[in-house]
Design a protein around this ligand. Structure first.
Ligand code: NAP
Ligand code: MG
Length: 514
């Protein structure tokens, strides 16, 4: 097998690529409004209740309608996963990995089509959607290879007169609860990591991006995944999600989403229920309040570019998004000015148009929450640009910057998850580090500096799971930047890294006296 390499991103300055993407968008538009079923044990199922997924760029456009699981079907999914585990766990790691490789190949062939679904259902711009699909492909290619290496003979110290062996076996039934913000990449990564290790799962996708999740189920089926390995049960997180988290047959929960829900799941999973035979394992990757520090001797144009990309890419709806620019007072005014000038140039509008830099936010709830935070910001800082709704028949918000924000202000502490950036002045570099470390999160961060000593200092003291120097704090690549944070950012799972798969397995050591 060829070594892993990251899927290349599409160059949209090339006219052929633009045409191909346009073609995919048109194809997807012709398929809007279909119905999507639950899939339990390979059987497509319809229910009484269904919800529409809408285009956040154009809220009267229905992307598709998704049947919703009730508790009875959630139970059926759990029982099916438990039964299927008895056979799936015995399928060889190579055979399991091959299904991921095949699914990756199918997705690669349908790359633009999947990205187009995300443009319409999640409001991703073309390049953001393209990167999401590429990352989904990467996860499958990477985890397939990592699984094969864990199935090889593992190194142990030998002692005379005994043969020793360490093998990795799956855990059991997992509940997979992904977020909507990387509706393909994160869902695919979380789901395929669990199944390549030999587990079976109940997958409850995020409610705002159910259609892209259903499209991925089509790929898994085409790739030949046996029935019952992934049971697809869209439904309300607080109803279906909690029911499954509390279930006695649940062996692990793999969650990515907000701090609030992650902590709730952790608490529920810790309570032993009658008939439960194990301690449930919780993998919870949660929010962030990520900073870019700009040092006094930094390349200020580089700093401004990286801040704008990190803060406003996908409308700031990334756990890794820069929501705080912490700038040395000597260059504070200049960096602020450069960032505001670049932000002014951003085109906000419907994600389907290639010239758009920033699309909408995901739904009405997010829209209201972010607009509320902007009002808080008006009391906590000096509004430099933006500050409200943007035009269009969707959830459009202007890219918004507040200057002179205090390190302990609400907009400097709470995850807003929208296009809102706080500028915070620092007296000196140590002060900047102190401010950067003052949140309860610890996901990503970046330092823009030309001072070796300060970079080394940040290497030791900047307390985040993913730290970047002289570049943006978003855009982690599978295999290159294993991803996961500290503190309230979650369990530091390091998705896209070799260790990630160990979270879905347990090691067994067999020693034979010779
Ligand atoms: P969310 O509201 O916490 O939802 C995440 C998932 O949990 C959804 O599938 C949701 O279902 C489900 N859910 C909601 N309430 C639940 C409950 N009581 N029990 C079980 N499941 C429940 O988060 P989000 O808005 O989708 O995503 C944004 C958050 O994810 C941000 O905080 C962001 O920082 C974080 N994030 C973190 C990472 C990382 O790697 N650390 C990566 C991406 C995103 P419904 O949709 O049906 O409510
Ligand atoms: Mg939607």
């Amino acid at each position: 097998m060829i070594p892993f390499r990251n899927e290349p991103l599409t160059d949209f300055s090339n006219e052929d690529h633009r045409k191909a993407f346009e073609h995919a968008l048109n194809k997807v538009k012709s398929e809007l409004g279909k119905e999507y079923c639950l899939i339990i044990g390979g059987q497509q199922m319809k229910t009484e209740e269904k919800i529409a997924s809408i285009n956040p760029s154009n809220i009267t456009e229905v992307i598709g309608t998704i049947y919703q699981a009730d508790l009875e079907l959630a139970e059926k999914a759990m029982q099916t996963a438990a039964t299927t585990f008895e056979t799936w766990k015995n399928v060889s790691p190579e055979a399991r990995a091959r299904i991921l490789l095949r699914a990756a190949a199918i997705l690669r062939r349908k790359k633009h089509e999947f990205s187009a679904w995300m443009v319409l259902e999640a409001g991703k711009t073309w390049p953001e959607a393209d990167a999401d699909t590429a990352e989904a492909i990467d996860f499958m290619e990477f985890y397939a290879r990592v699984m094969m290496s864990y199935s090889e003979k593992q190194p142990l110290v030998s002692i005379p007169g005994e043969e020793n062996q360490q093998i990795y076996i799956p855990l059991g039934v997992g509940v997979i609860i992904p977020p909507w913000n990387f509706p393909l990449a994160i869902l695919v990564g979380m789901t395929t990591a669990a199944i390549v290790c030999g587990n079976t799962v109940c997958l409850k996708p995020a409610s705002t991006t159910n259609v892209i999740a259903a499209k991925f189920m089509e790929i898994l089926m085409e790739a030949g995944l046996p029935d019952g390995v992934v049971n697809f049960i869209p439904g309300s997180g607080s109803v279906i999600g909690e029911y499954l988290v509390k279930h006695r047959l649940t062996r692990f929960i793999s969650f990515t989403g907000s701090r609030e829900v992650g902590l709730r799941i952790n608490e529920l999973a810790a309570k032993t229920v009658p008939g439960q035979k194990w301690i449930k394992r919780v993998i919870a990757e949660m929010g962030g309040k990520d900073s870019i520090i700009v040092d006094e001797n930094a390349d200020l144009d580089l700093a401004a570019n990286e801040i704008v990309v990190s803060a406003f890419g996908f409308s700031g709806q990334k756990c890794s998004a820069c929501s705080r620019a912490i700038v040395h007072q000597a260059v504070y005014d200049k960096v602020l000015e450069k960032v505001v000038i670049r932000t002014k140039e951003l085109v906000v509008g419907e994600a389907k148009n290639i010239n758009v830099d920033m699309g909408p936010v995901i739904d009405d709830q997010a829209y209201q929450r972010i607009l509320d935070y902007i009002e808080v910001g008006k009391r906590e800082g000096r509004l430099m640009i933006g500050g409200g709704k943007a035009n269009g028949n969707g959830y459009f918000i202007e890219p918004t910057i507040f200057a002179d924000v205090k390190p302990d202000a609400r907009i400097a502490q709470e995850e807003i998850f929208g296009p809102v950036l706080a500028f915070i002045p620092a007296n000196h570099f140590e002060h900047a580090l102190e401010i950067a470390n003052n949140t309860e999160y610890g996901l990503t961060g970046s330092v823009i500096s030309r001072d070796r000593f300060n970079l080394e200092r940040a290497r030791d003291e900047f307390y985040v799971g993913n730290l970047y120097f002289n570049r943006k704090c978003t855009g982690a690549l599978v295999g290159v930047h294993p991803f996961g944070g500290f503190n309230m950012s979650g369990t530091n799972a390091k998705a896209g890294g070799r260790e990630y798969l160990l979270l879905f397995m347990q090691a067994k050591v067999i020693s034979e006296k010779l």
